[in-house]
Design a protein around this ligand. Structure first.
Ligand code: BG6
Ligand code: MG
Length: 226
C-alpha cells in the first residue's frame, strides 16, 4: 500500500522567547535569585535554562555553583517560589506591545489559512501572558505543564498539544528558541523551527535569527524541502 504523505495541519509554539521576550525576564529573575545564593550566572549559562521548567532551572543553577546538596527540597521550593514572585512582578505590565515582531500577523495568517495553533510552553505563567498579550483566542490547545511528568527536552509537552489539537506529530511544525525545546520537538517527531543563534540551535530543521524572518511561507517551504 502506498502511504499517504502527511501535510502540515498545525503549528505548536513555545512562548518565552518566541511569542514575547520574557526569556530575558526569566533570566533577570534567575540572575537575582542566583546572586542571593552567592552565584553569578551570565547569558551564555542562561541558554541551558531556556525551556527548562522552574525546579529544573533551579537545580541547574545549584549544580553550576556546586551547592546542590546544601538545600533541602523544602528550601528549594521556597527559592523557586521566590523566583516566581519576582518574575510575576516583571510581567505585570506586559501588553500587546510586547508581542515579538511578526508574531501577531503570523497568527492571523495561520488562522486564515486554516492551520490549528497550539502552545507548548513549560511556563505555568503562560496562560496569564497569553491573556495580557491579547492573543489567547488564537490558541486552540494549550498543553498544561503541571500535568507533564517529563519537561523539555522530553517530547511530552509537544505531544500533549498535538493530541489536544487531534493531529499527528508528523503534521505539526514546532517553533522554539531553546535548545531543550528543539530536542523536544524532534523527539516528538515534528519539524523543528528554531529562532535564534545557530551556535545554540544546531539541531533545528529550519533556523531563523529573529521572529521578523518567521513567515508561514518560509516555514512551509523549508518543510517541503526537508
Ligand atoms: C520556559 C522558560 O518557557 O518556562 C524557562 O523558557 C522557565 O526559562 C520555564 O523556567 C518555567 O516557567 P515558570 O513561569 O513556570 O516558572
Ligand atoms: Mg522559549
Amino acid at each position: 500500500m502506498i502511504g499517504v504523505l502527511p501535510l502540515i495541519k498545525a503549528f505548536i509554539f513555545d512562548l518565552d522567547g518566541v511569542i514575547t521576550d520574557t526569556a530575558d525576564l526569566h533570566f533577570e529573575a534567575w540572575r537575582k535569585c542566583a546572586e542571593k545564593l552567592g552565584l553569578t550566572i551570565d547569558l551564555s549559562f542562561n541558554e541551558q535554562l531556556k525551556g527548562v521548567d522552574r525546579m529544573g532551572s533551579l537545580n541547574r543553577i545549584l549544580d553550576y555553583g556546586g551547592i546542590a546538596n546544601q538545600y533541602s527540597m523544602e528550601e528549594k521550593q521556597r527559592l523557586a517560589e521566590e523566583k516566581n514572585e519576582y518574575y510575576k512582578k516583571l510581567i505585570l505590565d506586559v501588553s500587546p506591545k510586547d508581542i515579538l515582531p511578526g508574531i501577531q500577523p503570523l497568527l492571523v495568517e495561520m488562522k486564515r489559512d486554516g492551520y490549528k495553533i497550539g502552545l507548548a510552553s513549560a511556563s505555568k505563567n503562560a496562560p496569564t501572558l497569553l491573556k495580557s498579550l491579547e492573543i489567547d483566542e488564537f490558541f486552540e490547545a494549550k498543553a498544561d505543564p503541571s500535568t507533564i511528568a517529563k519537561g523539555k527536552p522530553a517530547p511530552d509537552i509537544f505531544l500533549q498539544a498535538a493530541s489536544i489539537l487531534k493531529v499527528q506529530p508528523t503534521e505539526c511544525i514546532g517553533i522554539e528558541d531553546a535548545n531543550a525545546g528543539i530536542e523536544a520537538i524532534k523527539k516528538a517527531g515534528m519539524f523543528a523551527v528554531g529562532i535564534g543563534d545557530a551556535e545554540y540551535l544546531k539541531e533545528a530543521d529550519y533556523l531563523v535569527y529573529s521572529t521578523v524572518e518567521l513567515t508561514l511561507e518560509n516555514m512551509l517551504k523549508a518543510w517541503h524541502s526537508r
